[in-house]
Design a protein around this ligand. Structure first.
Ligand SMILES: [Mn+2]
Length: 492
């Protein structure tokens, strides 16, 4: 009876309020990595992509390799994104050629046979396995492949390469001999547009990456307390990534407390977190080479104070307004513009702006465009439109067009507000060419008493949004962001 009574009470509690107090954050994520196996479903996109590339090029060769020397932030091997996108192959020391005139549209090389790598790294896939898994119509041994490469580079036909793999580019230039004999073009011309629209398999991987990341963030909410170090939280985060089979973070984890929450790309993560501070975490698990990119900001002691709450709710309202705009037919920057309007309005009401139309005052608070594409790269490739590229120099105006959003795009949305300790003093240096110093001094005098209340508050809230036919799906929806939800999870 007692049991029934308390059950009844619980049901009343749950149904009686719109915001369930004891909502449990069960995040659907499985440890089982079988979704990364080379199954027909996982592999079906790759030949289609190659055909699309081949049909869009009238001449020449695409030459790519799996090693990626850009991976300077990473400790483990992962394949070059263009190579992986077109082959589905993640084996190190592998080369690929696409070409439609030679009769061999897709040539793959086997890794160089070496006793040393056999001893240190274990065996590679056999020729039969490579053929079966990746379906090249020509498979060459490493040395034969090098001979072929050399001959291609002597034909004078254009060669599409990934210029960001500079070491390989230089090697190919050297093989091509005297300058100008081979015209090098960028593979980005052929592939980037394709990478903008995500296929089902890509969305599945991004969803899992997001779920793992959401789990990491809620784990921090459960563990976090004053006196711990930022790296302890980083360890909870990256430990959770590994627990669910994510190979590594898709980019260096940003885990910044107190003053560090106001540093956009803070990566040291070695400060002791103090009572009454905020902790900003901008993190992403990489799953099957696709990375999440989620930011949550939480109070170290589990309760937002009044000032933190004010800024947090303003950023959250801006972010929610932005997400509403992220629908097909709207433009890439519409989310950013909606967030900007909410933030500017809020700042003015708080007394943190004296002129809501002043471009430099807006730029002082709104530091970066709030969206980027997400995929194999954390800042994924693809055209975003005019007003995005214009942003860094100027404040985009309403008349400026950015790219129209389409179903299948995945964009982040990450407005933020950062109150740096010396933020106001830096105004003279930041805007020396845009505003005269008396104007800036007048602004500082007026807003300083308010600004001071918010010093060392840095808030960013970032979600990963899939544009769909009907609107959008928030892939990072399992990462709590409402104040009441965060505080409830942190209550111990
Ligand atoms: Mn981001």
């Amino acid at each position: 009876m007692k049991k029934n009574a308390s059950l009844l009470l619980l049901l009343i509690l749950l149904s009686g309020c719109n915001n369930p107090v004891s909502r449990s954050w069960i995040i659907p994520v499985s440890i089982d990595p079988s979704d990364l196996l080379y199954t027909p479903a996982q592999m079906e996109s790759f030949p289609i992509r190659r055909n699309q590339v081949l049909s869009s090029m009238d001449e020449g060769f695409v030459i790519l390799r799996s090693i990626d020397h850009r991976s300077h932030n990473r400790h483990e091997f992962r394949p070059n994104n263009y190579f992986y996108y077109l082959t589905g192959c993640a084996a190190p020391y592998t080369y690929a050629i696409l070409n439609k005139q030679s009769g061999h549209t897709f040539t793959l090389s086997l890794p160089r046979h070496s006793i040393r790598t056999l001893i240190y790294e274990g065996g590679h896939l056999s020729a039969e396995e490579v053929k079966e898994l990746f379906g090249p119509d020509r498979l060459l041994k490493y040395d034969d492949f090098q001979v072929l490469l050399d001959s291609i580079l002597k034909t004078g036909d254009p060669v599409y390469i990934d210029r960001s793999d500079q070491a390989f580019f230089r090697e190919l230039e050297r093989m091509a001999g005297k300058e100008g004999a081979t015209e090098f073009r960028s593979v980005t011309e052929l592939v980037d547009e394709m990478r903008v629209i995500k296929e089902a398999m890509e969305v599945e991987r991004l969803q899992k990456a997001c779920n793992i990341t959401a789990r990491a963030l809620t784990n921090v909410m459960k563990e976090c307390s004053p006196g711990q170090y930022e790296f302890e939280m980083e360890s909870v985060i990256e430990g959770t990534f590994r627990t669910f089979g994510a190979a590594m973070p898709g980019f260096p984890s940003i885990v910044g407390s107190g003053p560090n929450s106001t540093i956009l790309h803070y990566e040291l993560n070695n400060r002791e977190m103090e009572n009454g501070e905020l902790l900003l975490m901008d993190i992403g698990a990489e799953y099957g080479y696709y990375t999440a990119d989620i930011t949550r900001t939480i109070p170290v002691n589990g309760r937002f104070n009044k000032e933190q709450q004010t800024i947090y709710q303003l950023v959250l309202n801006a972010q929610l307004a932005a997400i509403e705009q992220m629908i097909p037919g709207n433009m890439f920057m519409d989310g950013h513009m909606a967030a900007r309007d909410v933030i500017v309005d809020g700042l003015e009401k708080l007394g943190l702006m004296t002129d809501s139309k002043s471009p430099w005052q807006i730029k002082f608070y709104i530091l970066y465009p709030s969206s980027h594409y997400l995929g194999l790269d954390v800042h994924d490739v693809g055209e975003m439109g005019e007003s995005f590229s214009y942003f860094m120099q100027h404040t985009p105006d309403e008349s400026m067009e950015s790219r129209v959003m389409e179903p299948g795009m995945v964009l982040t949305i990450e407005p933020g507000l950062y109150f740096r300790e010396n933020g106001l003093e830096q105004l003279f240096e930041i805007f020396e060419n845009e505003a005269d110093s008396t104007e800036i001094a007048a602004f500082i005098e007026q807003v300083a008493p308010v600004y001071e209340k918010y010093i060392n508050i840095g808030v960013r809230i970032e979600d990963d949004i899939l544009i769909t036919k009907k609107g959008n799906i928030n892939l990072s929806r399992y990462a709590p962001k409402e104040i009441r939800d965060i505080e409830q999870i942190m209550r111990r």
